[in-house]
Design a protein around this ligand. Sequence first.
Ligand code: SDX
Length: 426
Amino acid sequence: MEKAKLHLESQIIELPIVTGTMGEKGIDITNLRNESGFITLDNGYQNTGSCKSSITFVDGEKGILKYRGVDISELAEKAMFTEVAYLLINGTFPNAEEKKIFSTQLTENSMLHEDMIKFFHSVPPTAHPMAILSTMVNAMSIFYPQYFVEQQNDDVYKLMAARLISKIRTIAAFSYKKSIGDPFVYPRHDLRYCGNFLNMMFHSPVKPYEISPEAERLMNMLLILHADHEQNCSTSTVRLVGSSKVNLYSSVCAGICALWGPLHGGANQEVIEMLEHIKKTNMSIKSVIENAKDKNSTFKLSGFGHRVYKNFDPRMKILKKEAQAFLAKRKISDPLMNIALELEEAALKDDFFIERGLYPNVDFYSGILYREMGFPTDMFTVLFAMGRMPGWIAQWKEMHDSVPFKIGRPRQIYIGPKEAHYPESQ
Ligand code: SDX
């Protein structure tokens, strides 16, 4: 075992070095405090690994993303989202029999309990779909209660996973129908995963919706590209909350809330709102870039930058190409797409962005496609969550299967007052 030597005041501590499949190295500090009394400090966990994982691999320098060793570009081109979901959760692609069982589980669990549907009748139509999604996913622990010990049973865990992957579509579609005052369109057993969702979203009794193979293909590709991404903010949230042994639904609910933030999955909504603002105010690209660089300005270029990718985000490359092809095929000149392309070009030539490795990320072009497919802007992060669902589930399970299993409980360095007392005069 390779060791790292740490010279601490009068002692030298030896710590094991762990090496990952792709050669990345880490110092295992599990025994650091016991041996030295020291802890480490790492703002935002920028240099800290929380676990060993075999689910996803990201190489930020080379722009590589693999699920269970399979490159994302191969999956986006050849796989069905349900196959990728199965791969992430089980570690292998499903054979014919497994595919049939999983597909049947998804079909049979697509409906919501009628009492859950009543919830939609009491929320205002202006409710943000992410607020509805987190509420309804947590409500699954009301309608489908499963105590932790039961979740350790593989069949129960797989049923809970199927419920989440299937019902998120129905919750998303119902929140959209509620927002436009249209009747809910229930899931159908004769439609595939993406087609069923598109039908629930866009079919109406007065205006039948025809599921186009192109829309199904795009939806499938978008969900695959968002399916997992190592220990990002929302996935780490699912692991941390799940480490208290709360049920899977409540753990995923916490992940949905984390994803909603504009620094994370909420960026896809922010990007479109930013592009619309630039178009509306006729801001020059130059002034947008200068604004983004200005330390005194709170403005950030949404959809740009990434904690891990310091080169291109492979998902962005696929999405940009798909968005350009979609618009070209329909001979659409989308002003927002044009602004996005100009912003990317200007930023990639600017030292501020180059020095900091700030490139467009997965959220920069995804909204262009979602918008052209007919989704309202406030649904974009829900679509991100729909894609990420299998990743969250897989990471939750891997955490619970880890040996030794530990509840997550970080330390701190205290900088508050040394001693204080209750004021006598009270
Ligand atoms: C996702 O982690 C994942 O894997 C996430 C994700 C996934 O699949 O789960 O990939 C999905 O969340 C993608 C990211 C979506 N968020 C955005 O697009 C929001 C805009 N981006 C930033 O807020 C930022 O880049 C983050 C949050 C994404 C990353 O933040 P970091 O790693 O903490 O970097 P930082 O804020 O410390 O920035 C480093 C420097 C700073 O300048 P200096 O202090 O060095 O002078 O870069 C600057 C920042 O000011 N900077 C930006 C910028 N992002 C970083 N400046 C202008 N515009 C930006 N977008």
